[in-house]
Design a protein. Sequence first.
Length: 325
Amino acid sequence: MILADKILELRKSNGWSQEELAEKLNVSRQSVSKWESAAAIPDMNRILELSKVFGLTTDYLLKDEMESATYSETDESDNYVKVSLQTANEFIKDKAIHGKWTSRGVVLCILSPALLILLIGLADNNMGIGESLAIGLGIAAILIMVSIAVGIFIITSSKMEQYKYLDDNEFELEYGLQGILNERKERFKPKYVQNTAIGVILCILAALPLIMAGVMEAPEIIVIGFVVLLLVLIAIGVYLLINAGTVKNSYDLLLGEGEYTPEERESAKKVEKIASIYWPAATAIYLGWSFVTSDWHITWIVWPIAGALFGGVTAVIGESVKDRK
């Protein structure tokens, strides 16, 4: 008996419709229909899910010569947490709060050198403040703002530890919950698109005033002011992007979509390992260059370059994972 016939027989023996089986597997009804008609074959991750749902060994599902059902000794799905509507609501709410605080921390990091840049500009133009005082106050501001940001990251992350089983994909949605979440995600989509678009536009256009000031050979103090404005615009754009992305990611995680598909999860683990080394190195380069040269109005270029390179690395990793599937 081939896999398609086994899925059909097992579904009917359990009294499930194609839609009911699809909800248990977090797939579409059309996917189940294709499997049963042999028009498509489920990937290995879905085979494992089918094994858990039916309580059978993967050998029985995969080996055509095995006609008698072989039941697994333990039901691995028993180790999964059943996610109710209340739990899903609490997770989405807490995730949104986590996103807001995280974005505030990121904004503090982006704006941390702004005061130093401005004070050094005032000192260089003899506008009532000495260079030593300007550097001292500016560095103090950086340390304070970054320290607050790190504290925010640690506290908010610790509060999300209770949902670790969701990140580890050790959960199942209660019957009917997938449809509710899909509907809510669609209602949120316009806001997500709007905030993402505004955030991206702000980040792209942030350098425009600075470029125009350079072209028009504006006074140095004006250029420095535009550098600070650049940081402010990028901070606002990133704030919008993180807030919108966090809420969308909470729906994607629960539904197993977007970056939370099995392939994307594998890619994310590799990216996370690289990021743990990459971003501290980028920060060290930025601070080292800045402190040695005191060219804070120039060294900010490290971040867009680092971001672009990291985006390329992420894309390459994602493609390599897909090619192996």
